[in-house]
Design a protein around this ligand. Structure first.
Ligand code: BV8
Length: 237
């Protein structure tokens, strides 16, 4: 680990699995309850808004009932103590990174605890349900949808993400299957800008071959170990 200053961390559903939030592609994955085309696309929302609202109402309640696990806590500590650039780009819609105390967090696929008004474009923190079409607090119209990036929609803050990848000395991917783009392409962008790449995951992902190093195991064990390692190295450098 030569002089590492700027770190980009990508997290996926696997980092929240030990907090009791189900992942997408395990055998009990979320998608199997509902075909993807039904709940995570604009077309699905237009076709059956009630089903999609209820799907995210359920996810929102699960998020509120979940607690951060040691992996979230370790990243929050790293965020607090790392003096270089650090950006946690999460594909997750839960707020467990923030509740663990992390600040430099970017939700590229939106947030489960946010509602987006398709009439006036306002976004509101939302912890209740949307299935009964409540009025937008800003404009009063019943046009609120989950503030989620669905398939076919542009992920949030892509320019900021690629700028961070362009400056990165280290890219770490945690708890993601590498199944969905553009997130699955970030490791290549990091390599192209000369960053070292590390994957921490329960099992090999679709992109494992692209990483300099892959460590297999639960995030609650691997992430605290890695965070300690990188902080001790920085102190010793
Ligand atoms: C876009 C919504 C363009 C929120 C999600 C290029 C090639 C092929 C296809 C495409 C392409 N570019 C775009 C596409 C289409 C599509 C796509 O990638 N399709 C896939 C299926 C091939 N991408 C898009 O549509 C994206 N949009 O590109 O727009 C555009 C251009 C111009 C104008 C407009 C648009 C948008 C994608 C976002 C979709 N929304 N989520 C929600 O409902 O939650 S995706 C969803 O799945 C997640 O957000 C995440 O991104 C993705 C993958 O999930 P993971 O987080 O990785 O979870 P998964 O279950 O898959 O894996 C968990 C991993 O954890 C496993 O590896 C497991 O082993 C591990 N694990 C489990 N337990 C633990 C653990 N690890 C450690 N510890 C544990 N305890």
């Amino acid at each position: 680990m030569s002089d590492i200053r700027n770190i980009v961390i990508l997290t996926g559903a696997g980092i929240s699995a030990e907090s009791g939030l189900r992942t997408f592609r395990a055998e009990d994955g979320l998608w199997e309850d509902h075909p993807v085309e039904e709940v995570a696309t604009p077309q699905g929302f237009r076709r059956d808004p009630d089903l999609v609202q209820r799907f995210y109402d359920e996810r929102r309640a699960n998020i509120l009932a979940a607690q951060p696990n040691p992996a979230h806590a370790a990243l929050a500590r790293l965020d607090a103590e790392w003096t270089g650039d650090l950006l946690i780009v999460t594909q997750n819609i839960d707020d467990l990174h923030e509740r663990a105390g992390a600040h430099r967090v970017l939700h590229m696929h939106g947030e489960g605890l946010s509602a987006w008004c398709t009439a006036c474009d306002a976004r509101h923190r939302w912890t209740s349900t949307l299935r009964d079409a409540p009025p937008c607090p800003a404009c009063g119209q019943s046009a609120l949808r989950p503030d989620i990036v669905w398939f076919g929609e542009m992920p949030y803050q892509m320019e900021r993400i690629f700028a961070a990848l362009g400056r990165a000395d280290l890219f770490v991917s945690i708890g993601t299957s590498g199944a969905v783009y553009p997130a699955a392409g970030f490791v290549q962008a990091a390599k192209d800008s000369g960053a070292a790449t590390l994957e921490l995951n329960l099992e090999p992902s679709q992109g494992s071959r692209l990483f300099d190093e892959t460590r297999l195991g639960p995030a609650s064990a691997l992430v605290p170990e890695w965070a300690r390692e990188i902080l001790e190295h920085a102190r010793g450098a």
